[in-house]
Design a protein. Structure first.
Length: 572
């Protein structure tokens, strides 16, 4: 995922020296989590020089533990055997739901914006979320799901997708969310690789005023499925007829949940127990199922949400990312909920019924934080001339992820969308990192991108030799020099691929696969991928996987997929 990139002939972006907007503090519910740049520098230095002490204090402050850990960290990049907070036990769902529900059950957890803008947003409190998650937890247990089992979730962007993820976490199952836009062959490959015995889907989704087949895609995916018959839990969204399968044992979500009580005891999990796996495109045809663990991932979400986004319990976070991608996992689900914030779940598309949709949601939900890919921001900018956006009274953070945020779009976000009162953050992270690796910090740093976050020690190396380019300006391959808690622990079922992809080419480093430029002030700019992955609207897609799908069609003898620059989507 790519951060700030210079426009040809422009030099530095206008964001380079823009300070924290003074009105940011007027809009603030209390006081920022960080006071100033000196506090950031001191904490960052501590995270690099004394990582055990730093992360121990963060873990005890941000998370609720059943059993406190006795070892902060072991392992290295050389052996690829990372472990954090060993001996500790906790439950991710308890940290995201129960502790807030116990403190204030009527606190708003989810605001659900349906595809149709005429529908009134649906509200879910933390107490209601605890009830719904508990009921589904009982259902999954009744379907035979046990601790460590992988449950595939193939749902649109609806609150039940969040409920399904949290229910898995509650009982110790590992969720594998597959983006609802993926085809049957893509779903089949991920099902087979994960060896899931249970899949959760919907009858249909609704997006852009159209019905989206979900259960039918699952049927097609199971046509050539190898292995035991799956159990399929089906969420009713549209109530249109869908086929009941001979290839799986099907159950209606609402009927099964109605049978169970509204509380299910959370399972105490080891800190290094898997929380979820998420497939990401690689430079070969087969996607990688990256595995994230309970404590390290959850802490990364809490710390980045707290110190990068300056999230507080009174805030409302609208992340426009889909739950099927890492942005949705992080900033639609786990980050806002672990911090007791309200999260907005949007079912639809920014273009339906017109490009005012995002602005309408921001206004109606009184969002304080907006997280979106630059593609979405370009769409709004394209149809909203300067001066035509009414002020958003609570909006104080606008963050982008997934692709370059052009200076012209940054300027529009700052002046028009944020009215020079919101901090614009151009952020960088990967599915592998779990949290921000580079970003300005809301309320603290100037908006120039490329500031490393806690625990990330970046370096630039020569791609061929692996020699580190030390000091001052440099251009080359971006690597990190030491482990951090949220790093993905392995590729599911293929640890050798994990080691080869990230560690073997340049020993002693984590290799991001991105090229980067470091300026004289030690700010980093991401220049692009160095492998066969294209970034389209913030989504990383493997050219090899696209080529493989086209060849499977049978109409093509030879195929080559090449990314081309696109003003709207970044690439196509």
């Amino acid at each position: 995922m790519t951060i700030f990139q210079r426009e040809k002939g422009r030099g530095n972006a206008p964001s380079d020296q823009t300070p924290v907007p003074g009105a940011y503090f007027r809009k603030h519910p209390s006081v920022p989590h960080l006071c100033d740049q000196n506090e950031y520098r001191n904490l960052y230095q501590k995270s690099i020089e004394s990582p055990d002490q730093f992360w121990s204090s963060m873990a005890t402050a941000c998370l609720k533990w059943d059993v406190l850990f006795d070892t902060v960290h072991h392992g290295s990049f050389e052996d690829g055997n990372h472990g954090w907070f060993l001996g500790g036990k906790l439950n991710a769902c308890y940290n995201c739901v129960d502790r807030h529900a116990l403190d204030n059950p009527d606190k708003l957890a989810i605001l659900y914006e349906r595809d149709d803008p005429e529908d009134v947003p649906q509200r879910f409190t933390y107490g209601e979320l605890l009830r719904d998650v508990s009921k589904l937890s009982w259902v999954l247990k009744d379907l035979g799901v046990q601790k460590g089992d992988i449950v595939t979730i193939y749902l649109p962007n609806v609150p039940e997708a969040v409920v399904a993820m949290l229910a898995c976490a509650r009982i110790g199952a590992v969720h594998s969310v597959v983006f609802a836009g993926f085809s049957a062959p893509s779903l089949r490959g991920r099902l087979d690789d994960a060896r899931s015995r249970v899949i959760i889907t919907a009858d249909q989704g609704v997006r852009g005023g159209k019905f989206v087949p979900m259960k039918n895609v699952v049927e097609d995916a199971l046509a050539d499925h190898e292995g035991p018959k799956l159990r399929c839990l089906v969420l009713r969204i549209t109530e249109n007829p869908v086929p009941w399968s001979q290839r799986s044992t099907d159950f209606w979500w609402h009927e099964e949940c109605a049978r169970w009580p509204g509380y299910c005891e959370p399972v105490s999990m080891g800190a290094e127990d898997p929380l979820y796996m998420l497939y990401t495109s690689g430079s070969t045809g087969k996607p990688k199922g990256l595995m994230h663990t309970t404590a390290g991932y959850l802490l990364s979400c809490a710390v980045s949400g707290k110190y990068v986004l300056d999230l507080h319990p009174s805030d409302t976070m609208f992340c426009a990312g889909d739950v099927g991608w890492i942005t949705g996992h992080n900033y639609l689900v786990y980050t806002p909920l672990v911090l007791g914030t309200t999260t907005v779940v949007f079912e639809g598309t920014p273009a339906y019924p017109d490009y005012d949709r995002f602005w309408q949601i921001l206004n109606r939900c009184e969002a304080s934080h907006f997280y979106a890919a630059p593609t979405a921001l370009r769409m709004i900018k394209k149809t909203r001339p300067n001066g035509s956006i009414k002020p958003l009274e609570r909006l104080r953070v606008i963050a982008s992820i997934g692709e370059p945020l052009a200076p012209s779009v940054w300027q529009w976000c700052y002046e028009e969308l944020g009215r020079k009162e919101a901090h614009v953050l151009d952020t960088y992270f990967q599915t592998e990192t779990a949290c921000h690796a580079f970003s300005p910090l809301a309320a603290v740093t100037p908006t120039k991108p490329g500031v490393p976050f806690f625990g990330f020690q970046p370096a630039i190396v020569e791609p061929d030799s692996g020699k580190e380019i030390e000091g001052g300006e440099g251009r080359g391959l971006l690597v990190f020099k030491q482990p951090w808690p949220g790093i993905a622990r392995t590729v599911w079922g293929d640890h050798a691929r994990y080691m080869k992809t990230y560690f073997e080419e340049h020993k002693g480093y984590f290799v991001t696969g991105d090229s980067a430029y470091r300026d004289q002030d030690d700010y980093y700019s991401i220049l692009g991928r160095v492998d066969d992955v294209v970034n389209i609207s913030g989504h990383r897609l493997s050219t090899a996987e696209i080529e493989s799908a086209l060849l499977d069609h049978g109409a093509f003898a030879e195929v080559a997929v090449v990314g081309v620059q696109d003003q709207l989507t970044g690439r196509h």
